[in-house]
Ligand binder design. Structure first.
Ligand code: MRU
Length: 368
């Protein structure tokens, strides 16, 4: 199930706020609307908002009234600032917008129609790569899932959190597809209930055995020997391996360590931010009071209750057994090994991009 795509000059996305009750697709023809959709979590999940950001930049290119390349580049830089500002923690967002801006800067043409077509091509390639990367992580992750495994999963990391297939949920899906007998404990993931609303929905569609649990049940299940491995995604991984992920992840990792249970973060290398040395430098998004004081439309706390609502937490790298990426599983020392996989992935993307850009440019020129 594809979460975000380009169709007839518009960015389309599944409205995740309405799931699982309704499957509604929203259409956007202005990049500012895409920024709004990211902020309001019409689309959410780090890789998904990276792709949405890239498509948002393409919309900005088509919206721009510029008649010269420099003016178009200036409009794109402005759009990037607006899109990046939508949510602060997931580095994939600025990674996605930067990839489109860099492409625009690198393609040296005054033919703005050609340039716009090339930017769309780049966003489509980024989205397709995301799916391929998720499938590769799924295959790498198979080795950490024993047969008959009980897997504890936090938040939503499935098709909905990516362009398709998923990160941590991708590993779960791959294990199921490989015929492993698995069962998933699905954390409800308060306050926005991504586990209850989205992960449960995705797993049920795939007929993967699961039980939804209250977040507070996870510790008891680990203590009782009912969990073999903990899997989650991440919104940003610092250079030392500290991981920012959905609020509640840290608590799970600490309790898992106490009970001798392995813990893996599953992340594409686009989530690794080598410019951030450690977790305390990662910006943590704070969201509105209503997410905590209400469940859906129903208010559960007194009027005017003071609320503090950090949306993410930091899990120090010492609690992670490994980090599963598309380049393989990274083990400690994370500072050295993350750098290695990031370089490998960047080289792969750069080579493919160079070939694609040259081919696309030649094709479009021929067609003129
Ligand atoms: O606030 P959200 O729903 O965007 O948070 C999403 C998560 O925390 C996911 O675990 C993370 O993006 C990794 S999923 C591929």
């Amino acid at each position: 199930m594809r979460t975000v795509w380009w169709e007839e000059g518009q960015v389309k996305m599944i409205d995740q706020r309405r799931l699982p009750l309704e499957l509604v697709v929203q259409s956007f023809s202005d990049y500012r609307q895409v920024a709004w959709a990211i902020k309001e979590m019409v689309i959410r999940g780090a890789p998904a908002i990276g792709a949405a950001g890239a498509y948002g930049m393409v919309l900005a290119a088509y919206q721009s009234q510029a008649t010269a390349r420099d003016a178009l580049l200036a409009d794109l830089a402005q759009a990037k600032a607006v899109l990046d500002n939508a949510r602060p923690t997931a580095v994939n967002l600025s990674w996605g917008t930067q990839r489109i801006l860099t492409t625009a800067q690198e393609v040296n043409t005054e033919d703005l129609d050609l340039l716009r077509a090339i930017l769309l091509d780049e966003a489509e390639a980024l989205a397709e790569e995301d799916i391929e990367i998720n499938r590769r992580m799924g295959q790498h992750g198979l080795s950490v899932i024993p047969d008959n495994a009980n897997i504890l999963h936090h938040c939503n990391t499935g098709s909905l959190a990516t362009v398709d297939y998923g990160t941590a949920l991708g590993v779960i899906r791959a294990a199921h597809e490989a015929g492993k007998n698995i069962h998933v404990w699905v954390d409800e993931t308060r306050p926005r209930l991504q586990g209850a609303r989205l992960t449960a929905w995705e797993l049920m569609q795939e007929e993967i055995p699961m039980h939804l649990i209250a977040d507070n049940a996870a510790g008891y299940l680990m203590w009782a020997g009912k969990v073999d491995v903990v899997l989650f995604g991440a919104d940003r991984v610092a250079a030392n391996g500290d991981v920012a992920n959905k609020i509640g992840t840290y608590k799970l990792a600490v309790v898992a360590r106490e009970n001798g249970i392995p813990v893996y973060a599953v992340v594409p290398t686009s989530t690794i931010d080598l410019s951030i040395p450690s977790g305390e430098h990662i910006p943590i998004e704070e969201r509105g009071w209503e997410e905590v004081a209400k469940v859906g439309d129903c208010q559960i706390a007194p009027d005017n209750v003071p609320v503090y609502n950090p949306a993410f937490d930091i899990t120090p790298h010492r609690y992670l057994t490994g980090i599963i990426t598309e380049e393989g599983i990274v083990y400690p020392p994370f500072d050295v090994n993350l750098r290695r996989v990031k370089a490998l992935a960047e080289q792969r993307i750069a080579e493919r991009r160079k070939t694609r850009l040259a081919a696309r440019q030649a094709m479009l020129k021929r067609g003129k």
